[in-house]
Design a protein around this ligand. Sequence first.
Ligand code: TXA
Ligand code: MG
Length: 385
Amino acid sequence: METKRVVIRDVENPEDGELLEAAEVLRNGGLVAFPTETVYGLGGNALDAEAAGKIYAAKGRPSDNPLIAHISCMEELEPLVKEVTQAGRMLAERFWPGPLTLVFPKSDKVPCETTGGLGTVAVRMPSDPVANRLIRLTGVPVAAPSANISGRPSPTTAEHVWQDLAGKIEMIVDGGPVGIGLESTIVDVSGDEPVILRPGAITKEMIGDILGNVEIDPAITGPMKANVRPKAPGMKYRHYAPKGDLVLVELKEETIRELYRPGSALYKEVSRKMGEWGKSWKIDRESFYMAWKANQEALAMEKQGRRVGVICTEETAEEYTVKVKRSIGKRSSAGSIAHNLYAVLREFDDLGVDVIYSESFAEDHLGQAIMNRLNKAAGYRVLWV
Ligand code: TXA
Ligand code: MG
């Protein structure tokens, strides 16, 4: 199949003429990849079992892993669900359109193929103008998983989609790089207690502000136990495994204590090193120490003849003397790290390194989503320093 690429000229204000053909492909049961504010999605008609089958085939994805139905306005929600629960309504009113997916009890209109056989359906209303306009023009809800081959990082540019899916789908709508870079937050609002199934840019803190309290599925915070079934079936798959072994570098609590205890040996050593190099104005003690240790470990591996890479940050980049390093963004801006994360992981796959050390980040706000994706990619391997 030849994949057509349509480049949108003004992504804030796409013209209907640029999207009509894509909408027609979707209505006729074909597949179109398109940008959203989170990652690129691989779209198909959510009410068409056959289109769902094509999505699973193109991605090489297990068909028990359900798809998210994307809508363009509130009126399109009711027909898909049995009931709009109170928590669901409150979150939708506050955060839609936006990077939030809500899981509701499904109506009979939604085929089991779309929901991987579940009695619930995940729904999202994207804010990206290209996505929103395309869904509206299509006139049906659009099922869209991330537009990557199963097991690869989610695509944040049309080029990533092209690398994975060219020749397998009818069309790619190129709206430039996405804004956020990590998949939407998923909240299950189908039961009595709302539960976060996947962290994203709508953070636990933001949801807590609306609902008062919200549970977190254990699949998010640690490795899955063999006998536990996560509520989002997708969370059970080792999402993406980099070709090299990824290891996260994290500071022990005891290290942090010592780093800030004047008089401790570590305090003195770090103060001297940072002072000597006049760094204290641009980098905090924890990041400095993390980079120092990560570099040491990476150099030791290089000595053993292994090809090593590090994932660093703007603030720490110059602390590293290893051959291969890539900055993932600014520590002072979690948004920049989310934005670059998948592109950096894709780059390391292309570089052919054996082992990758990555700095770790605070697990609050957007950091929870960042650490969730990094931990999954690392298979929860951590070097504690
Ligand atoms: O940001 C996003 O959500 C992107 C863009 C394209 O919208 N889409 C996306 O889709 O990340 P996907 O298929 O890569 O991830 C969907 C996740 C999977 O982990 C799946 O198991 C879960 O949502 N999911 C879908 N329907 C569900 C349901 N009814 N109950 C629980 N989890 C569900
Ligand atoms: Mg995905």
